[in-house]
Design a protein around this ligand. Structure first.
Ligand code: FAD
Ligand code: EPU
Length: 337
């Protein structure tokens, strides 16, 4: 285990922001955790990095960045209906999706092609196309950076919410997730609730889509509207979709017939942040090297050499204009460092 000094982390974040970390280490084996954290005991500032696809670095990082590369996908149990798959936190998320598709284990095919690592998936309870991680989650294992000991979290303890968990709140930066165990279904369990997915299945005249057909459809939808971070720096949706009261929703609906909103479990309405940004005239707008993506206003992109501060300033302008026009406060989905 080699601790590198003063290195650029441009290649380790999908925004492609060029900042330096004064210490950087790659974690490939959990047996080194005790050794690593006793050796960096006096360094209070630590950041666990996966694929860097949900993070915005706004300045050089004064501390140690631990890049999680913990490997392994293993079936650790099963019954007639389910399998339990334990995966090292450093495994690429889509690699796990491909494994599940190959074995016909249902549950994460709708989460195809989400960038990043398995270990980061519970942090914001990743979700897409009618599915969320929490619905297939069993448990995760962590290393507690405060007490240098291992701790397991059951599903309830993670307090999953929409793009949220306990690891974004009171336990922010405290636990390093080492592995995640999912409970996947051996029986066909297609989730076809998301309108664009349904439409595509109808268009293709598929009667009963297979797990790989669903994954392929979702990959195609994603490719058609989200920028590839290898070509254009971005971190997916910059903001969460806001939840507003029914009263506020009906007011907005009266003035804007095309507004999209869905009733949530807590009787609120989740509306599209992309729509709000577009209505403010900011879809595709560019300031310096930052732009809102032309096909999806909620995705901010680095079109050249934008700094984290440039991206943050751009995001602040969007927040201000949405607040003025609609009286709605957008909240960041991504992690700002
Ligand atoms: P990072 O960006 O490296 O880290 C994110 C946060 O998790 C940081 O706070 C970090 O400290 C923490 N963290 C990472 N690993 C660990 C660990 N092992 N232990 C403890 N803390 C850790 N997200 C969705 O939910 N749905 C989508 O549809 C979606 N689409 C996207 C599309 C694009 C093009 C992009 C670029 C991003 C998209 N995202 C989406 C966001 C992103 O892919 C997810 O949030 C993903 O889970 C981030 O994984 P990562 O490994 O890159 O995390
Ligand atoms: N819309 C607009 N203008 C835009 C973008 C969207 O009007 O510029 C409207 C359209 O009406 C569209 C609707 O918003 O039908 C929904 O758009 P989309 O299907 O692209 O989804 P989203 O709500 O913008 C969310 C997630 C995505 C996830 C998709 C699919 C959040 C913050 N984002 O986006 O997750 O992939 O749904 O489930 O919840 C991410 O978290 O990084 C991410 C990409």
């Amino acid at each position: 285990m080699q601790i590198q000094k003063n290195i650029s982390i441009k290649q380790f974040n999908t925004f492609g922001v060029d900042v330096k970390a004064n210490l950087f280490v790659e974690l490939k084996n959990e047996n080194f955790l005790n050794e690593l954290f006793s050796s960096v005991n006096e360094i209070p500032n630590r950041f666990i990095l996966g694929g860097g696809s949900n993070v915005l670095f706004t300045k050089d990082f004064n501390g140690i960045i631990i890049k999680n590369l913990l490997p392994g996908i293993e079936k650790i149990g099963e019954d007639n209906n389910f399998v339990f798959i334990k995966t090292g936190a450093g495994v690429n998320w889509h690699k796990l999706v491909k494994y599940s598709i190959k074995n016909n284990y249902w549950g994460i095919e709708n989460l195809s092609l989400i960038p990043g690592t398995v270990g980061a998936a519970p942090i914001q309870n990743i979700g897409a196309y009618g599915q969320e991680l929490k619905n297939v989650f069993h448990q995760l294992e962590t290393f507690d950076l405060q007490n240098n000991q291992f701790k397991t979290f059951a599903k309830d303890e993670c307090k999953f919410g929409y793009r949220d968990s306990i690891f974004k709140k009171e336990f922010k930066n405290r636990f390093l997730i080492t592995s995640v165990t999912l409970k996947l279904s051996k029986k066909e369990d297609a989730i076809l609730t998301y309108q664009p997915v349904k439409e595509e299945i109808d268009r293709l005249k598929i009667n009963k889509p297979s797990i790989s057909q669903i994954s392929e459809i979702i990959c195609n939808i994603r490719r058609s509207k989200l920028p590839d971070p290898n070509k254009l720096g971005n971190a997916g949706s910059f903001f969460k979709n806001p939840e507003i009261t029914e009263k506020k929703y009906l007011e907005l609906k009266k003035a804007n017939n095309d507004i999209k909103g869905f009733k949530t479990e807590n009787n609120k309405y989740k509306i599209s942040a992309g729509w709000l940004i577009e209505k403010c005239g900011w879809k595709g707008k560019r300031v310096g090297d930052v732009s809102s993506f032309e096909k999806q206003a909620l995705v901010l992109v680095n079109v050249g050499k934008a700094t984290g501060k440039d991206i943050l300033d751009f995001a602040e302008s969007i927040k201000e204009i949405v607040k003025v026009k609609f009286g709605i406060e957008l909240k960041e989905e991504i992690n700002i460092v």
